[in-house]
Design a protein around this ligand. Structure first.
Ligand SMILES: Cc1cc2nc3c(=O)[nH]c(=O)nc-3n(C[C@H](O)[C@H](O)[C@H](O)COP(=O)(O)OP(=O)(O)OC[C@H]3O[C@@H](n4cnc5c(N)ncnc54)[C@H](O)[C@@H]3O)c2cc1C
Length: 406
């Protein structure tokens, strides 16, 4: 008789990265528990998900959410709005230039999580357990999880997808470096008069980027980075005043602004865990890396965590090994190290070049944009590497692994 409280894998945290990991691992026939309450409030964020992330969703049977809730993104335009005498040139990265149909889809986080939960309910080997985990106790042969309901579960491998304050990370004995930025982002969705044409626009401004990303129904999602006090003040403005401020910032790009959805403020911060796994616990998503919302990298990284972990677990099973063994977690850590470090570093440098008033730094940033504008191969390389690192191709991010649709 099997022990009903014993799982192959328990995923702690049912956000988008955790649910992606749970679906990816359950697809191998493993008995998986995804533990954590659904988000308590509606998330105002959307995530622009690029090539490999979209393929992962398709392979997990989630292609429909891209079409029904998402909007295709065909290009990314960077506009220098630093207010300097000499403006750097405007640069547009297009999917067609890279030989792609589209760069990806912009999908509301709430719709993505809802679709993932629906899909999880349809997978017989995957259980959704809607409670918090209060304690994580690793041992030599498995991990015990104490739930807020009073139950105790065990698993051979735990996936810590429990966000930046991860108790799984602490239980694994993994330290993390954290840092703050004197910036916060105002996020919301708004409708507008002119079509966005599937192009995302990032204005580079002295307080940080101001980005509008295509959303369905002639709307865009906004990530407006400012000094924290300014961001709070903007989010608290009466709607007509916020609309006026938004229209001024947009400089006519999208015409007049219509309906504005709920606004939320996200303080910018960074986190980098020392390793991605130890003591039968593998970390994914914001439990292992937090980066500012610049260049749409955070959840794309989290989905690559899920797909890479699935590869490492599949390889261990194929070799008849223990899925929570140290060599599996080491392999996962090696697979993730360069991708995570390079994205954290790249986003941090870009953000700091905007904040720096030093003329040489500004000149260097302008030179970078000039090079991207004028040299096609450099621009095409930037598009490809911006979408996903070329050295990494986890199986679930390759087309056609499974075409089941939700
Ligand atoms: C304004 C903004 C815009 C962004 N835009 C993009 C974008 O365009 N593209 C992109 O790729 N990324 C983007 N990101 C980043 C992206 O939103 C995050 O990377 C992603 O939401 C993180 O998902 P996660 O599952 O790792 O963490 P979370 O969503 O934080 O999920 C963690 C889950 O764990 C649960 N949990 C915590 N502790 C416990 C416990 N003890 N027991 C059980 N459950 C627990 C929490 O309740 C939560 O549900 C953006 C971020 C911001 C702030």
């Amino acid at each position: 008789m099997t022990d009903a409280s014993a799982y192959d894998v328990a995923v702690v945290g049912a956000g988008p990265a955790g649910l992606a990991a749970a679906l990816s691992l359950a697809q191998q026939g493993l008995r998986v528990a995804a533990i954590g309450a659904p988000p308590p409030r509606r998330d105002t964020r959307t995530a622009a998900l690029f090539g490999g992330s979209v393929t992962l969703l398709e392979n997990l049977g989630l292609a429909a959410v891209c079409r029904t809730a998402g909007e295709p993104v065909y290009g990314i335009r960077i506009v220098d709005d630093m207010g300097a005498l000499l403006r750097a040139p405007e640069v547009t990265f297009t999917a067609s230039e890279a030989g792609l149909d589209r760069l990806g889809f912009n999908i509301p986080n709430a719709a993505l999580v809802d679709a993932m939960r629906m899909q999880a309910m349809a997978v017989p080997t995957l259980s959704l357990i809607d409670v918090a985990v209060t304690q994580v106790v690793p041992a030599a042969d498995g991990v015990a999880l104490h739930l807020a309901s009073g139950s105790v579960l065990s698993a051979r491998l735990v996936v810590g997808a429990d966000g930046r304050q991860s108790i799984c990370r602490q239980a694994a004995g993994i330290s993390a470096r954290t840092w703050g930025y004197e910036q916060s982002a105002v996020a919301c969705t708004f409708s507008h008069q002119r079509p966005h044409g599937g192009i995302s626009t990032e204005f580079h401004r002295p307080a940080g980027p101001f980005t509008v990303v295509p959303s369905p129904d002639n709307a865009s999602s906004l990530v407006w980075v400012e000094r924290p006090s300014t961001a709070e003040a903007l989010a608290a403005l009466p709607e007509p005043d916020f609309r006026a401020a938004l229209e001024e910032r947009l400089q006519g790009l999208l015409g007049s602004v219509g309906d504005i959805g709920p606004r939320a403020v996200f303080p910018l911060s960074g986190l980098s865990a020392e390793v991605a796994g130890r003591n039968r616990i593998a970390l994914v998503g914001e439990a292992v890396h937090v980066i500012p919302p610049i260049g749409a990298q955070g959840l794309n990284l989290g989905l690559r965590d899920a797909a890479c972990l699935a590869d490492c677990v599949a390889d261990a099973r194929a070799a008849g090994g223990d899925i929570g063994a140290p060599d599996v977690l080491d392999a996962y850590g090696r697979m993730r190290r360069t991708d995570i470090a390079s994205r954290i570093w790249g986003v941090d440098i870009l953000n700091r070049t905007l904040l720096s008033e030093a003329p040489p730094v500004q000149a260097l940033r302008g030179l970078g944009l000039h090079l991207l504008k004028s040299i096609g191969p450099v621009r095409r390389l930037a598009i490809r590497e911006g979408l996903a690192p070329s050295f990494l191709a986890p199986r679930l991010m390759q087309p056609g692994v499974q075409k089941a649709d939700a």
